[in-house]
Design a protein. Sequence first.
Length: 546
Amino acid sequence: MLVKDGVVYCTAGRSIFLDGGIHLLRLDAATGRLIGRTVFGENDPETGKNMQTHVDRLNMPVALSDVLSCDGQFLYMRSQKIDLEGRRLEIPVEGVDQQPAEGSHLFCQIGFLDDTWFHRSFWTFGRRVTGGYGGWYQAGRMVPAGRILAFDDKQVFGYGRKPQYYTNASVLEYQLFAAEKSVTSDAIRRVRSAKVPGTTARRNTESSDWKPREGMPVDLLTAAHYQWVLDQPSIQVRAMLAARDSVVVAGHPDYIDERRALRLPDEAEVQAALDKQADALAGKHGGLLWVVAKADGKPAARYRLPAPPIHDGLSAAGGQLFISCTDGTLLCLSGQGRTPLSPQDSTEPLQVISDEPKTAPPQPVPVRPRTKEQNLNGEFAAVTGGVFKCDLGYRLRPKAQKTSALAMKKLDQPVTSQATFRTKVRVGENEGMLQNGYLVLGDAGQPASLLYCGLRYKLQQAHVAQGGMATKGAGNIASGEAPLEIDKTIDLAVTVDLGAQEVTFTAAGATVKAKLAKPMKAITHAGFATTDSVADFAPIDVAGGK
């Protein structure tokens, strides 16, 4: 419910897809008279088509209700923009990098009322978010974001994870901050194009590597422009508000740096601190109330509370501060109060930052030949990585760890019906790398349809895929268990029936038969491939029709 200019805006309903949708009512605040009703249903009001047509990967138009907000011109329900007549605007999903200052507002993708601190959720001051494994953190890198935020006419104030932890991190550490309300498109482009040190050129800050991100400059980690930051404060903030020249935050104590807990999980002192932190989360160490300056973030006062606040349980009015606490009490505080709060001891730390060892960013590890080898790249029509002479025939080696290698020869005559391709493969220890080797068939000029039939040693698996060597996703066709031994030469046989669009792969006593995932009219090239692996192959023998 929201009141603006004498009009009450309120919603009823759970989802646009359930029980008749979400009803937005406009009522006269003085009399309760119904001014208007708009139903947010499952069809686009402009096109009449189902909202599912706007789904983009794991992103879709807003379908759930939430606490409404208003910027004076428009209403917002999560990221859904609504005019003051109750009409939905800008329904189709836009890219998360589209964050114009106009329309930026405070919202949470899973709702303001959720207090769970789910790893993939946070509040944002911006225009839009995205979701899913590779998308949930992206908005956190584009706009001011945090576990909880407050704002005035100039700045956004927040308590949220540090920028390097907007990824699939093993630890989470937080900061209290003030940031400009809007971001620039140049800053967004800078963040999206930044490279993580110590990783391959193909991997940028969109990757999930949290450890290398720790040493990167802040302006490459987030497009938000911080005015000040209080790093890893000794309070975990559950409630916040901005008033006059101050930011008021309340929460429970923070006792341990999670980086230390990850590094020394079995140390007795760490275990004791973790137990104490668990008790603090349960409210057993009471609550904390801090008042910090808007201008620079320096604490003006720090107090103890009898209990922590509930999520977003702070409000202020008439020179008084109201705190709703987890023990069921409601506190009213003012300068003229009868019972003063107990101040925190001056010896209690302002921050909780462990002395973590500094480590240089990891560097890409080149895959170097064990001995001087004869390069055979010239025998192949297309090569990624390197092909070298070995006793079996060809050794395929990627240029660096965590990259793939591919070598393909053009056949004397293309195969357009059925044929059987035979080779041998041998994979060694490959210290620090994966262990796999594939026979590859198709047209070297059409990589999306290439057929990969090979062995994955760590998975003990015979694997068939198309368009790549991934074991998941649309290109994954089939797999079967196979007893594989390192340094043992294994026969591979692949029969492709282009008429039936079928493939049969036999190796190490396993047979995998399946339909092709993508149409294949002819096989013009044959060769080998690995992903983060070195493998030896024998020359390919082709038998069968043209």
